[in-house]
Ligand binder design. Structure first.
Ligand code: AMP
Ligand code: GLY
Length: 422
């Protein structure tokens, strides 16, 4: 099979790495990819939202299956576009259609879905300029901190957690008046939940599902979970507190009712569901749905999938996941993200990266990198993921840290305390 992966991050490189291990894979393509993905496939410089450009790639290279990495093209309807085009009949797509992608594309839609199907989540109200007073009343009736979420996609920046009531009211008004553009024309105000977070992933054909290895993501820039939120500074899998008892609750209370809800609400869904969960005294609650894999979680999770991944992807695209099986590697997997100095604020690009060839006993996934004059240079905030296996978390982390030191670029930074809270 010829397979096209849409996206350019560490997640897409890690998906490609796993897909390459399958005998079913003939050739792999990335649109647009990065300097790492060009080592395992062919990069084609077409953006993730350029559907006509993607169609051209599919036709020119006889693509059989498309895997959509990021949420934006899914919310924009890439799957609907492919499956409604007569020239593209029979092309398999992994990623939900627009109807299913609303679970990430609209926080209000996701919250109403959870309410309807009794899926545990924080209490909430959705506010627009029409019912702002109700929003103020909801805030006033709660204790701090206050959680405000832009309804639409806001590149991971649309959630505000605020300590003062006055500030929360002020920010609510600002959001409704365009702080995040159209994405915050509606705002979901939520009750604050206190606990530790975990990312749970399933692959589904909309009816059947398989649970993938869970992971924990370290989102803050600073050690000890301090400082600004980032796209993710590292991840570990498995997660010690997500034991059998906890995961049984997750499956019964969250995964099953979500899949049933997808069917009852007639959402068209072939792809991944990423449940952003919080463990509140042993009970899982949904913080958010994402309609794709997580980044950097994928750079750890792919290490733990033992089964033929392409066969699972086919099952999801074709509606035959019930005939597939999934096996996990029991070892600990971790990934450490190397970022550009200054990230998540402003940072420079174009720094030469050396030393990846000296890495031993870890797997290097590229994120924000590109080739320039036959050198590899930084091209984003999150630059490289260093993933390792170990018999313990400590062992896996020490391999990644040792190799993270060998990779050199100006102003490189990474967190050295992953797993500190477990
Ligand atoms: P989201 O984009 O919905 O995942 O929110 C970003 C982050 O905000 C989450 O990863 C949580 O750390 C935090 N968060 C979101 N909603 C809540 C909530 N209801 N209670 C506590 N923390 C939350
Ligand atoms: N690691 C969180 C995300 O992918 O949204």
């Amino acid at each position: 099979m010829n397979i096209l992966i849409i996206g350019s991050g560490g997640r897409e490189h890690a998906l490609g790495w796993k897909i390459c291990q399958s005998e079913k894979t003939t050739k792999l393509f990335f649109a647009p990819g990065n300097a790492g993905t060009s080592e395992i496939g062919e990069n084609i410089p077409v953006g993730v939202s350029d559907f006509a450009g993607i169609k051209e790639i599919v036709l020119k290279n006889q693509i059989d299956m498309i895997i959509v990495g990021p949420e934006v093209p899914l919310v924009e309807g890439i799957h609907d576009y492919i499956s409604s085009d007569n020239d593209l009949k029979g092309i398999k797509v992994v990623g939900p259609k627009k109807s299913g992608a609303q679970l990430e594309g609209s926080k209000d839609f996701a919250k109403e879905f959870m309410k309807k199907y009794n899926i545990p989540t924080a209490g909430f109200i959705t506010v627009s300029n029409k019912n702002l007073t109700e929003g103020f009343e909801f805030l006033s009736s709660k204790k701090p901190p206050y959680v405000l979420k832009a309804d639409g996609l806001a590149a991971g920046k649309g959630v505000l957690i605020i300590d003062s009531l006055e500030e929360a009211k002020q920010l609510l008004s600002e959001m409704l008046n365009g702080k995040f553009g159209d994405a915050s024309k509606k705002v979901v105000i939520e009750e604050f939940l206190s606990g530790i977070e975990v990312s749970v992933f399933v692959i589904t054909d909309g009816k059947n599902y398989k649970i993938l290895p869970e992971a924990k993501d370290y989102k803050r820039i600073g050690e000890g979970d301090t400082g600004l939120n980032t796209g993710g500074m590292g991840a570990i899998s498995p997660v010690p507190f997500a034991d059998d008892e906890f995961m049984k609750k997750v499956e019964a209370r969250i995964i099953k009712p979500t899949i049933e809800g997808i069917q009852k609400s007639e959402l068209e869904y072939n792809g991944f569901i990423f449940f952003g969960l919080i463990n509140v005294q042993g009970n899982p609650y949904v913080i958010e749905y994402n309609v794709r894999m997580g980044d950097p979680e994928t750079e750890a999770v792919m290490l733990r999938v033992k089964s033929d991944f392409v066969s699972l992807l086919e099952g999801a695209a074709e509606g035959t996941l019930d005939k597939k099986s999934i096996e996990f590697d029991d070892r600990q997997a971790v990934t450490v993200i190397l970022v550009s100095g200054g990230y998540p604020g402003s940072y420079e690009k174009g720094k030469v990266i050396t030393g990846t060839e000296d890495v031993e006993d870890s797997i290097v996934f590229h994120a924000g990198t590109k080739e320039k004059n036959s050198e590899i240079v930084t091209n984003g905030g999150r630059v490289i993921a260093v993933s390792s296996y170990g018999n313990s978390m400590k062992e896996a982390l020490s391999k990644s840290y040792k190799n993270a030191e060998k990779i050199v670029f100006d102003k490189k930074y990474f967190r050295k305390d992953l797993g500190f809270d477990l």
